[in-house]
Design a protein around this ligand. Structure first.
Ligand SMILES: NC(=O)c1ccc[n+]([C@@H]2O[C@H](COP(=O)([O-])OP(=O)(O)OC[C@H]3O[C@@H](n4cnc5c(N)ncnc54)[C@H](O)[C@@H]3O)[C@@H](O)[C@H]2O)c1
Length: 480
């Protein structure tokens, strides 16, 4: 039975407390009691009936789209598509769905007025997506403790979608994967759980996501969307669908594997370029030269690439290269440059902490500003600031951590870090390590910063946010 929806109202049964044992895997998987969704065996086989897109008729406002996984990628996409189509968002995380129904997006990608104004509906029951012409899968694709691709959420999503797949439907993967996952992993799973044949009864597509959390310029409704599918006809349908959602236009990749590969090298390329700048920075530190000064100077050349040194955290740039390296390994190629870049970037937190330590006089009380994986986002997954904190503590320092955006409970449970949320009452520190360039830190006055240090001490400016700011001579400066 399909549930009646009252968008944004809460429904009984969706208010279960967020009280499961928290592990990173649980976090990625949507947190609670979800095993039955991943493996989907309890869902009945789909009844085959003609799809609105069977024979690939024109896409219309009646086209029904289900978005599977409502995170940083899925929610903005769903809201953008709901301007033109009938969209339902499905997520296994009941708390997330409850919040979205109330108009609250904790990822801060969609504000409350826009979420409330959207016509999209939300569900935690995959059966509610049965009439979808297109299922778009936007679930996480993390790595495991050995940096190998962990396809558990993606396999779970496919196993859930298969049984509700209708004849002629299209399943588009948007999650970042290595070349071959859509056709060689998702396709067979969908066939197995639907009892239908890929390329005949249903169709596969891949459309990589390019959003950049916290970036309000290159949003999903403005950037070029790459589309690919098993047939030209289905690629055309996807170009129509995504073309309705973005003013940036669409690009038809030659095939699915090409689109998968393009996405994964977009991020691997960034990782390698940052690794180069990080390695140069380590050299310049020993030479007593500021990397930022060097980069600004070199940047006057027309073809010098603009990358800055720092931590590479989060769940894209620091993860996707491992996906490509894994596939390379499977086909007998050792991805030397890609993995070297990863190693350099993974070491950056320790390098920063050791450098700060070398600039301190004995055991110190240190304030770390920022713990999220990048500026102006609340996401703490795979943040590398934890490496700085850990190494500073290993050196025997007493470290406090402030962040205005990170969730205090999540930081406690997943990172074992107590976050100070307020900036007032922060004083008496021997050193400040500004690790994340949140706007709130950029806006701090020099006197506020000097007061935290009691007028003297070390200011370690990891992101170079105060490069041009004058402080009193009693403040010792350190930067990359
Ligand atoms: N966040 C980014 O900046 C970004 C950018 C480009 C591409 N990507 C890729 O997009 C994908 C999604 O990333 P994200 O950042 O949106 O992840 P996310 O963790 O923010 O959101 C994923 C959502 O999927 C839900 N989920 C997990 N398993 C599910 C299942 N089996 N069925 C239904 N829902 C399920 C989770 O509860 C969560 O709400 C990943 O492959 C990622 O690499 C992310």
């Amino acid at each position: 039975m399909l549930r009646e929806y009252a968008p944004y109202s809460t429904q009984d049964g969706f208010a279960e407390p967020f009280n499961e044992k928290k592990t990173w895997t649980n976090y990625y998987l949507g947190v609670t009691n979800v095993t039955h969704i991943y493996y989907g065996t309890e869902y009945p086989m789909a009844k085959t009936k003609p799809s609105a897109l069977k024979g690939h008729d024109k896409v219309s406002s009646k086209t029904k789209i289900s978005i599977v996984g409502l995170g940083y990628v899925g929610l903005p996409l769903a809201v953008a598509l709901a301007r033109s189509f009938d969209v339902i968002g499905f997520d296994v995380n009941k708390e997330r769905v409850r919040e979205l129904r109330q108009g609250f997006d904790r990822t801060m990608e969609i504000d409350t007025p826009n979420l409330r104004a959207s016509s999209m509906r939300f569900s935690t029951d995959i059966n509610d997506t049965r009439d979808a012409d297109i299922h778009i899968v936007t679930v996480p694709t993390p790595v495991d403790e050995n940096d190998k691709p962990d396809l558990t959420p993606l396999k779970g999503a496919c196993s859930a979608v298969g049984p509700v797949l209708k004849q002629g439907a299209i399943v588009v993967v948007e999650s970042t994967v290595y070349p071959g996952v859509t056709e060689d992993v998702c396709g067979p799973l969908l066939e197995e759980t639907s009892g239908m044949t890929s390329g005949e009864d249903f169709y596969l597509g891949y459309s990589p996501e390019r959003i950049n959390p916290g970036d309000k310029v290159h949003t999903v409704d403005k950037i070029i969307k790459v589309v690919s599918a098993q047939t030209d006809e289905v690629t055309d349908i996807l170009a129509d669908v995504y073309g309705s959602a973005t003013t940036g236009g669409t690009y038809r990749a030659r095939n699915i594997k090409t689109a998968e590969a393009a996405k994964v090298i977009e991020n691997a390329q960034r990782d390698i370029n940052i690794a180069f700048v990080n390695e140069a920075t380590m050299i310049f530190q020993k030479l007593g030269i500021s990397a930022y000064d060097v980069l600004e100077t070199a940047g006057t050349k027309w073809n010098f690439l603009n990358f800055t040194p720092g931590l590479v955290g989060g769940h894209c740039i620091g993860v996707d290269p491992f996906y490509l390296a894994h596939r390379a390994n499977e086909v007998g190629h050792f991805a030397d440059l890609i993995l070297t870049g990863r190693r350099i970037n993974e070491n950056m937190g320790k390098f920063i902490a050791d450098s700060v330590h070398d600039n301190l006089d004995g055991k110190s009380k240190i304030l770390v500003l920022g713990v999220t994986f990048k500026e102006n986002v609340p996401d703490i997954r795979n943040t590398k600031v934890v490496d700085i904190i850990r190494v500073l503590r290993e050196h025997g320092h007493d470290v406090d951590v402030h962040d205005p955006l990170a969730d205090k409970d999540e930081a406690q449970q997943f990172l074992d870090i107590d976050i100070i949320e307020s900036l007032s009452d922060l004083h008496g520190y021997d050193a400040i390590v500004a690790a994340v360039a949140h706007s709130v830190y950029r806006d701090l006055s020099t006197s506020a910063i000097e007061e935290m240090l009691g007028g003297k001490g070390l200011l370690a400016d990891v992101k170079g946010i105060w490069r041009e700011t004058e402080f009193s001579p009693s403040i010792k400066r350190w930067q990359l």
